[in-house]
Ligand binder design. Structure first.
Ligand SMILES: Nc1ncnc2c1ncn2[C@@H]1O[C@H](COP(=O)(O)OP(=O)(O)OP(=O)(O)O)[C@@H](O)[C@H]1O
Ligand SMILES: [Mg+2]
Length: 275
């Protein structure tokens, strides 16, 4: 894959004073065993995600993007290294503790997390709440509001088979938001969609990020959409090949530009916007 021609990162040494660290990944390695052989997919990843960031993850097919997303989503464990979510080392949690952390903090928009075909859009959106033991009566108003936010108020009674691909992805996003996660992980959410619909779904992720301050990580093969993101992480050969931040273009919910500090704590003026 051609490397992204992004401006030189201007803020990589700085972080905002008021924003807290949501995800901290250190020396992450993942090796799969397959037919008696070892396949080392992730070879030492260090990455931090702050509250309110919106980040694209790109890289060639097989680079380990989905594996990485599964591990930060606590759906899979690393072979070595640590993943902390809100300061909590996920390796040190029991499976019940992990499920609880996941349910409270993380929403998934993955292609294999299909909508349930026999339920309508509203029922699919409130399903995580029903599974968590909440009542339909209590959940429905929020489910309707979320469908409205993703532009599907008029499709609440449609089953997945009666929705377009883009509409299904929007229902999946509304479902991921139901329990108000701090982090949304999306694995190629626009994979099968035309470019106009893909751009609209990406806009929606920005909208959600702005409205709720939700941290969003989107794996995408669409370089044009990736370039519109404030931060782009490129994985290559199991490592972070590039971690680029853009001052120009669209902004995430954070950081507040006036309160940038250097890693050593000195207050700084924001770097000038890239031309
Ligand atoms: N459970 C597994 N057992 C063995 N190998 C695996 C397993 N899961 C993934 N792999 C291998 O790990 C590598 C990384 O897979 P991954 O799904 O993370 O790639 P990706 O970057 O998401 O690719 P794509 O862009 O095609 O989705 C691939 O070569 C894949 O074949
Ligand atoms: Mg993948």
């Amino acid at each position: 894959m051609a490397s992204l021609a992004l401006p030189t990162p201007q803020l990589s040494r700085y972080r905002p004073a008021t924003v807290s660290r949501l995800v901290e990944v250190r020396a992450l390695e993942k090796t799969f065993q397959h037919m008696g052989k070892e396949l080392q997919v992730l070879r030492g990843i260090d990455l931090d995600l702050d509250d309110g960031e919106i980040v694209a993850v790109v890289g060639q097919s097989g680079a380990g993007k989905s594996t990485f997303l599964h591990i930060i989503g606590t759906l899979d464990l690393p072979t070595s290294g640590t993943v902390k979510i809100s300061g909590q080392d996920v390796n040190k949690l029991s499976s019940a503790g992990l499920a609880d952390l996941r349910n409270r903090n993380i929403g998934f928009v993955f292609q294999f997390h299909h909508l349930l075909p026999e339920f309508d859009a509203l029922e699919n959106v409130i399903m995580p709440g029903l599974i968590a033991g909440k009542s339909r009566k209590e959940l429905e108003p929020r489910g309707r509001k979320l469908l409205e936010e993703v532009g599907l108020a008029a499709r609440a009674t449609h089953r997945p088979g009666e929705l377009s691909g883009g509409e299904q992805q929007r229902v999946a996003l509304a479902r991921a938001l139901l329990l108000q996660p701090k982090l949304i992980l999306a694995d190629e959410p626009t994979g099968n969609l035309d470019s106009g619909t893909s751009a609209a779904i990406h806009d929606l992720f920005f909208d959600i990020n702005q409205r709720h301050g939700t941290t969003v990580v989107i794996v995408t093969h669409n370089l044009e959409l990736a370039r519109s993101m404030p931060r782009v992480v490129t994985l290559k050969d199991g490592r972070v090949h590039a971690d680029e931040r853009r001052e120009s273009g669209r902004k995430a919910a954070s950081p507040p530009a006036e309160t940038l500090v250097r890693a050593d704590g000195d207050a700084l003026k924001p770097a000038p916007a890239a031309p």
